[in-house]
Structure formats: structure tokens, C-alpha cells
Design a protein around this ligand. Structure first.
Ligand code: MLT
Length: 387
């Protein structure tokens, strides 16, 4: 029929990970033994105790109706208790916590609550594509802040153009960081809060990888003095508990920000299946038993993969956190050229750094979501490539 898509949609490229998935499926259909280091989707299953909790909850007809609004009060209380234990911050379970359908949708919907068309949002680059997508869907203007190696992969807040900061209402950060694997320092978060206060910005902190740190522990932005009223932090069960397909997470932060998010969400969705909320509450209860072994598993994988790449002479820094390895592209190759060569000549799926924004050019991202022997095999295959 020749319908043109909206100007907003036409500003965005096709969704990065959906495109990579197509390439992976095509290679598999061609009979290749594909090693998938593309999307960050855990390869080990959801723990049994969470599945049992879901099955039990699903048998209770009280879980079968619309969850609506801010969800199951017992789930919000479980989040509040866990948050206090984990981060030392006591959140009000009515007004400072909001269950979300994974963190992606909430991150993408949040700007609709606080950004008017023509207003700006400072976003990190390289960064998770829904930061830009959410801002564009709200009619806003994304202003990238480059994450450079020489700045430890933190945005240089002193270098942000003050005119752009004045036009902006939101500033996005993501620590532990995808794709670079860097953990935020307390000093960086303090500086960020001071910057947000100075320019009257709302801080949007994506904490999807907060439970996956190899050195020290990840901080919540809400631990920082002055952050509580102007920050919203998005947490996810996806990577922490191997629950990507379940779509459950939560937002935590200032009550005005949570209320704004809630107003958007009640207009576009009808809540999370209550049985999933009950199962997620059980996951939090078993956090101490479930999460550290997973982190140890990824640590071993990280050491195998990064050790192998280093021995091959690749200049790779093992990530401090997340299951992502941010690898400089060999000299003379663009990010896309490296990922194509890896796929075509070694059947290894990775993500081009440029897919995370222009500032990601010159890198590729590999995930550790494959068993150790497959990661070792990936290194072996990479050894035979000519660059
Ligand atoms: C990633 O690989 O960065 C994420 O898992 C992708 C996503 O959540 O869409």
C-alpha cells in the first residue's frame, strides 16, 4: 500500500539485536556450528525454585486477572526489603517502587512522562539502543555523551555543552555498563548528582547488570546523597536470575518520577502476570543462594575468553562487571567488518560497537553467555583468521 512510517520511527535504525538474530538464524539454517556471543541472553535456565513458584502461583485463580497499576503489593514489599538489604536504602513500597515488564519497556516509556517534543536528553554512547529510541518516540532530541577509554568509559560531564544541558530534562547512565563492562565509582555518581542538580535534570540509571560485578559491588544511584528525589533506577530480573523471557523488572526512585512512569504505563499496558510477580518475589528471597554461583560462572568464562584473546595478542581488558567483553577492533577494520568476518569465517556472532552509537565504532562486543568450552573454541577459531 506504500504507507510511510512516522517521522519518529524513521529516525531509528532497525532494532540492533533483532537484526543480529536474523543473521544468526541464517547461519544456523545454512548448517553452521554457530557460537552465539551476540545478545546478552543467559544460556543457563531459570532456577527451579523460581519455576516451582510460578507453577504454584499459576494454579491460583487469583493470579489470572489483570494485574493493573503498580502490581502485587507483596511483590513491592519483597523488592523494598531486598533493596534495603542489598543497598542499604529503604524505599516506600507504595510510592517509590513500580514493577515493570522487564526494564526495556520502562526505559523506553519513561521519557513520555517527562520529556516534551523538542526537549533534549543526554544519552551515553556507546549505549543500549532504547535510550535513544525512547527519547525519539517522545519527540525529544538525544544528545550523545561519548564514553571514551581515556575517561574510563564514563561521560566527561565537564565537557557537556552547557546549551545542550540547558535544553535537556533527562540524563541517562548505565552502570554496571553495557557494552564496556565498567562499574561506577561513588565519585562518579556523586559528580553526576551534582551535575543533575546544577542543570535540573532527572537521572535515568539503567541498573540491569547491578548484580553482576566481579570486583567489589555495584552501587545504586539511590545510595548517593541528593539522588533520591531526582533519580529513577531500572532493575531487571532478566540477567540476574536467568529470566529474560519472563519480562519482569522494577523501577525505583523518587515518588514523583515513579508516579509519572505509572501514569504512562497504566495508559499503555495492564501490568505483569501476577504469577510472575509472585515468582519474582521468591527469586529475591533466594538471592544469596542463586546469584553468587552465577557470577562465579561468568567470572570463569570471562577469564577463559579474555585470557585466550590476550594470549592471541588482542588488546582486551577483562570486564569488572556484566557479561560483556568490549574488544577493540583489529587495526584497519571497522566494527561491522570485524563482526561480518567473525560470522562468515568463524561462525561466531558478536555485536558491532557502532550498533551502540557512533562512539562505539572501533570495538565489537562479545557476550559470555556460552559455556566455557564454546568460548575456548571461539578463541581457537579466531586464531586461524588473518587480519
Ligand atoms: C543486550 O544484549 O544488550 C541486551 O540483552 C539486549 C536487550 O535487552 O534487548
Amino acid at each position: 500500500m506504500g504507507f510511510e512510517v512516522s517521522r519518529r520511527l524513521s529516525q531509528l535504525p532497525p532494532y540492533l539485536f533483532a537484526e543480529i538474530d536474523k543473521k544468526k538464524k541464517a547461519a544456523m539454517a545454512a548448517g553452521k556450528d554457530v557460537i552465539n556471543l551476540g545478545i546478552g541472553d543467559p544460556d543457563t535456565p531459570t532456577p527451579g525454585v523460581i519455576i516451582e513458584a510460578l507453577a504454584e502461583a499459576a494454579r491460583d485463580p487469583a493470579t489470572h486477572q489483570y494485574a493493573l497499576d503498580n502490581g502485587d503489593p507483596a511483590f513491592r514489599s519483597a523488592i523494598s526489603e531486598w533493596f534495603a538489604r542489598r543497598y542499604g536504602v529503604k524505599l516506600d513500597h507504595e510510592s517509590e517502587i513500580y514493577p515493570t515488564i522487564g526494564s526495556k519497556e520502562a526505559i523506553a516509556h519513561f521519557p513520555l512522562a517527562f520529556l516534551d517534543p523538542g526537549q533534549g536528553a543526554l544519552i551515553p554512547e556507546p549505549g543500549y539502543p532504547p535510550y535513544r529510541g525512547g527519547v525519539v518516540f517522545a519527540g525529544g532530541i538525544p544528545f550523545p555523551m561519548d564514553l571514551k577509554k581515556q575517561n574510563g568509559f564514563f561521560p566527561d560531564l565537564d565537557a557537556v555543552d552547557t546549551r545542550l544541558a540547558a535544553m535537556s530534562r533527562l540524563i541517562y547512565v548505565n552502570y554496571p555498563n553495557s557494552p564496556t563492562g565498567v562499574l561506577a565509582t561513588r565519585e562518579f555518581f556523586q559528580k553526576l548528582v551534582a551535575f543533575a542538580q546544577k542543570h535540573d535534570l532527572i537521572i535515568v540509571q539503567d541498573a540491569a547488570y547491578a548484580e553482576m560485578a566481579y570486583e567489589g559491588r555495584a552501587l545504586s544511584i539511590l545510595e548517593i546523597e541528593g539522588a533520591r528525589e531526582r533519580a529513577i533506577e531500572f532493575h531487571s530480573f532478566s540477567k540476574t536470575f536467568n529470566m529474560t523471557g519472563w519480562r519482569v523488572g522494577f523501577a525505583a526512585g523518587g515518588s514523583e518520577l515513579i508516579a509519572g512512569l505509572g501514569r504512562v504505563k497504566t495508559n499503555v499496558d495492564s501490568g505483569i502476570f501476577t504469577a510472575i510477580q509472585r515468582a519474582a518475589a521468591v527469586a529475591l528471597k533466594h538471592y544469596d543462594a542463586l546469584v553468587p554461583p552465577l557470577v562465579e560462572m561468568y567470572r570463569r568464562r570471562r577469564d577463559t575468553f579474555c585470557g585466550g584473546l590476550s594470549r592471541m595478542g588482542w588488546d582486551v581488558v577483562p570486564p569488572q562487571s556484566t557479561f560483556y567483553v568490549w574488544i577493540p577492533a583489529p587495526k584497519g577494520f571497522t566494527s561491522v567488518e570485524v563482526t561480518l568476518k567473525l560470522l562468515e569465517e568463524a561462525s561466531i556472532v558478536t555485536t558491532p560497537g557502532s550498533g551502540f552509537g557512533l562512539a562505539g565504532e572501533g570495538y565489537i562486543r562479545a557476550t559470555l553467555t556460552a559455556p566455557e568450552d564454546r568460548l575456548a573454541l571461539a578463541v581457537e577459531r579466531m586464531k586461524s583468521l588473518k587480519w
